[in-house]
Design a binder for this molecule. Structure first.
Ligand SMILES: O=C(O)CCC(=O)C(=O)O
Length: 369
């Protein structure tokens, strides 16, 4: 039996021919398909609520269920196991119904989803195999080797600077070709793009964000051995032009990230604090505003993911070890939002639209057709 995450509302109302008041958990009939065209694609079961009850247990068949109840959505329903509680809300006339679609968890477990909702971040170990990590590392090495003589930043490649202030464009580079960041990595390193647009990755993100996924930005972050500028406390949302409630970042360790080599630190639950004022050019939150007692290092082994909400307070320290710490990062949007780091030369990977929006998965839109 598949495990389902919370229900997605896909149609506010649907007109049902006739007044079906009986629950019918059998295969779809002709009139149900007419009532909701999405039904055929996703929903192997149908529920016609009577409106007299507060909530309905809807059993599942196959990969999903289309629940139809009266009224408006009162709470976000969650469904685990073989049935889901869908709120029945009142106030709709006659034949109007509300539709839900429930998708099976595709990569994460419900426990992982719960942890993410509670803490605002989640580590998923062994997401990439050793071979996959090697492939990505070699691809990054190739683009860096082509620029090994670089001593000044350009729009894409940002060097490690003397003085640890990566934004100080007047500071000399620590060393030619010793990079701190590749902006828009998905556009410049195809192997990075492949990881972040892979089915496995999108399945994982769908479990957290729902079925509509769009690219927002990506990068490679390097912390060289015995170097690597610290990144002060911040929330990613403070950096973005358009703040959406459910923007999520995936951070993938290319090297084992440890406390010694500058793993990310995070404050559990801080995604519930809203957007905190950020100061200075390298946007950061003053430590006096942070409950530092709660802050914890988040080590991740190579190939593992750290998934975090765009409001989670996080930072990383300098690399005090003799081991490099590389990570690749991608931010996803739940709705269309132009990618913020697309190439200035107008080049576009397949799927990136002219308006800058890069839809990666459009489950809800497809379901609602
Ligand atoms: O990789 C790091 O050290 C920190 C990255 C980070 O904080 C970010 O990308 O928002």
């Amino acid at each position: 039996m598949p495990v389902f995450r919370r229900a997605e509302l896909i149609h506010q109302t649907v007109r049902v021919p006739g007044d079906r008041r009986q629950c019918d958990y059998t295969a779809p009939g002709r009139d149900r398909q007419d009532a909701c065209p999405a039904f055929n694609r996703i929903a192997p079961a149908w529920h016609g609520g009577t409106g007299a009850e507060d909530a309905k247990q809807i059993p599942f068949f196959g990969l999903g269920v289309l629940g139809v109840c009266r009224g408006e959505l009162r709470t976000a329903p969650r469904g685990l196991g073989s049935a889901v509680q869908v709120p029945v809300v009142k106030g709709l006339a006659g034949s109007e119904r509300v539709c839900y679609v429930l998708a099976a968890m595709k990569y994460l477990t419900p426990q992982q989803d719960e942890r993410f909702q509670r803490d605002g971040f989640l580590v998923v170990e062994s997401f990439l195999s050793g071979d996959e990590v090697r492939h990505v590392r070699q691809a990054i090495e190739r683009v860096c080797t082509e620029r090994v003589a670089m001593t000044r930043d350009d729009a894409i490649f940002n060097l490690e600077k003397v003085g640890d202030n990566p934004l100080d464009t007047t500071a000399p580079a620590v060393e030619a070709g010793r990079f701190r960041k590749i902006t828009g990595a998905a556009f410049h390193v195809p192997a990075v793009r492949d990881v972040f647009t892979s089915k496995k990755m999108l399945d994982c993100m769908e479990d957290i964000m729902g079925p509509d996924l769009h690219y927002h930005s990506s990068k490679v972050m390097f912390k060289s051995a015995g170097g690597g500028a610290p990144k002060p406390w911040h929330q990613d949302a403070a950096y973005w032009k358009q703040f959406l409630p459910n923007q999520i970042t995936v951070w993938i360790a290319i090297d084992d990230a440890t406390e010694q080599n500058g793993c990310v630190w995070a404050v559990p639950g801080s995604h519930k604090l809203g957007l905190i004022p950020h100061v200075k050019a390298e946007l950061q939150v003053e430590e006096s505003r942070i409950d530092l007692k709660k802050a914890a290092p988040v080590p991740v082994r190579a190939g593992g993911l750290l998934i975090f909400h765009s409001l989670v307070l996080h930072m990383s320290k300098k690399n005090e070890s003799n081991q490099p710490r590389w990570a690749i990062i991608c931010d996803y949007d739940p709705e269309p939002n132009p990618a913020i780091d697309r190439p200035k030369d107008g080049s576009r990977p397949p799927g990136l639209r002219e308006d800058g929006v890069w839809p990666l998965r459009q489950g809800k839109a497809a379901a609602a057709v």
